[in-house]
Design a protein around this ligand. Structure first.
Ligand code: SF4
Ligand code: SF4
Length: 474
């Protein structure tokens, strides 16, 4: 009987070598500092919105059903702005991917940023790559327990900071921090802070590159956005092959520049070999470029055996053509740029012309109409005026489509007029019981269409709501 061979192989844990040099390593540290500073400073920025309004510049106020971003205030019914922001973000990602590959993943994605910090903590307490590997494979000693415990505590502190930063975007930051410290915060706050901290701890501490390789959907469809002119991290096989270790005095005649030192693999946070070609697990962090450049320096060879390059350029150089150049502007880039400009224009237009109030009417059903003396009919409505401004609203109510109609609103003087002024408190919904009266001859059928028109007396903006005026069967 033939022996069964398992096709399953456990994934080997990556032990990335920590680089202290290189342009891309420095760029990555800069991004770590920038993104974390934005994340943690964001909730502490203040923005004066007047009395009674929260003064936190960036706030998602769930109980108040409002989102604030500096001077922008989004109501729940304006959630389409969020859709717009997501569409613009996606298009921007497509555009950047078409130009520079997975530069977002490699430098700015939260998973990358926190993994970088976690690996730095790991190295601080457990040493460089080889020491970490030896520690993991070695027996359980006091030294190992202490080093592992220190690493876990370091990770927990950073993960806790992430969880805290997250919930601060949902409540006034200084008040929430005080409540958390005093033990006065609600269970929900503690729960969410714990949950977000736990996920950060798990994903950056243990899951790491597996998030990028197996969990992130972007990695799955990124290839659709690249073409042969996209600048991606690539191994210049035409120059590196045939690869071979250097023995004795370096002599590169008749062979490639790759010395098979595997430093690029050791520096890679996902543990892959870029020399095998472009692959899904490559997050475009460019650390292999820094690692390889250092090796090239050691042998007096030019930088760029691994570099940001296009497949088009590589293929051209492999046949000795150094004249051809990667095309920056190409149809795919034009399409993404056009879509971006369109989406931004629509967003800016809808935002600058956004309504400052809204109107709705609901016809009362019991009774649908009332016959009055003088051959007149009366219909009742619930009228709601949503004042989205932080000042007292003065709105003028009129109706169109019903000849000789008159209005009356419970609690407001001026019955029998053709227009009425409605006061609505700042940042609130005014609810009015409206009665419309019209001569019977104005209602030739069982129901006639009616347009309720409300004008903001301060800025002239007009909102209308279509309804019906009911009468008897003619
Ligand atoms: S670091 Fe450079 S020289 Fe070393 S194995 Fe990788 S590609 Fe070859
Ligand atoms: S292959 Fe290079 S660019 Fe890709 S993930 Fe590894 S180190 Fe980063």
């Amino acid at each position: 009987m033939s022996k069964k061979t398992s096709l399953y192989a456990n994934r080997a844990k990556a032990y990335p070598r920590f680089l202290n040099h290189g342009m891309f390593r420095r760029l990555k540290w800069l991004m770590v500092v920038l993104t974390l500073a934005v994340y943690w400073i964001g909730p502490w920025l203040r923005w004066d919105r007047g009395v009674g309004a929260p003064d936190q510049a960036i706030l998602i106020d769930l109980p108040g059903r409002r989102a604030y971003f500096f001077f922008i205030e989004i109501w729940p019914q304006e959630v389409y702005y969020l859709t717009g922001i997501l569409i613009i973000s996606a298009l921007l990602l497509f555009f950047i991917s078409a130009m520079l590959g997975r530069v977002w993943c490699g430098f700015a994605c939260w998973q990358t940023v926190f993994t970088d910090v976690f690996v730095w903590i790991e190295r601080l307490f457990q040493g460089e790559r080889n020491q970490r590997m030896a520690l993991d494979q070695g027996p359980l000693t006091v030294n190992k327990i202490l080093r592992k415990a220190a690493t876990i505590i370091g990770w927990a502190v950073v993960a806790g900071g992430f969880g805290l930063g997250f919930i601060l975007y949902f409540q006034d930051a200084p008040t929430l921090v005080r409540d958390l410290v005093n033990g006065d915060a609600g269970l929900v706050q503690y729960l969410f802070m714990g949950l977000m901290s736990f996920f950060c701890f798990l994903l950056a501490g243990f899951a790491r590159e597996n998030v990028c390789i197996y969990m992130c959907p972007y990695a799955r469809f990124q290839a659709a956005m690249f073409d042969e002119h996209s600048m991606i991290v690539a191994y210049e096989g035409w120059r590196g092959e045939p690869r071979a270790p250097v023995k004795g005095k370096p002599d590169f005649t008749g062979r490639g520049h790759c010395v098979d030192c595997k430093m690029c693999i050791q520096a890679c946070p996902t543990g892959i070999d870029i020399r095998d070609g472009s692959q899904l697990a490559c997050i475009g962090c460019a650390l292999c470029i820094d690692a390889c450049n250092q090796v090239m320096d050691r042998f007096g060879l030019p930088h760029g055996l691994i570099s940001y390059d296009s497949i088009y350029n590589q293929q051209a150089r492999s046949v000795g053509d150094t004249s051809s150049k990667t095309k920056v502007l190409r149809p795919r880039v034009y399409v993404y740029m056009l879509a971006l400009v369109l989406a931004c224009t629509v967003m800016v237009y809808t935002f600058t012309t956004r309504k400052t109030f809204d109107v709705s009417t609901l016809h009362e059903r019991a009774p649908v109409y009332v016959e009055l003396s003088g051959n007149r009919l009366r219909n009742g409505y619930t009228l709601k005026v949503l004042n989205m401004m932080r000042k007292q609203g003065r709105f003028l109510l009129t109706v169109e489509g019903l000849p000789n109609a008159t209005l009356s609103v419970i609690g407001i003087d001026g019955e029998g007029k053709t227009e009425m002024e409605l006061p609505v408190s700042p940042d609130s919904v005014g609810t009015f019981h409206l009665f419309i009266t019209a001569p019977k001859e104005s209602v030739p059928s069982k129901a006639v269409p009616l347009l309720v028109k409300v004008t903001d007396e301060d800025n002239g903006q007009v909102m209308t709501h279509q309804n019906l005026f009911a009468g008897p069967e003619q």
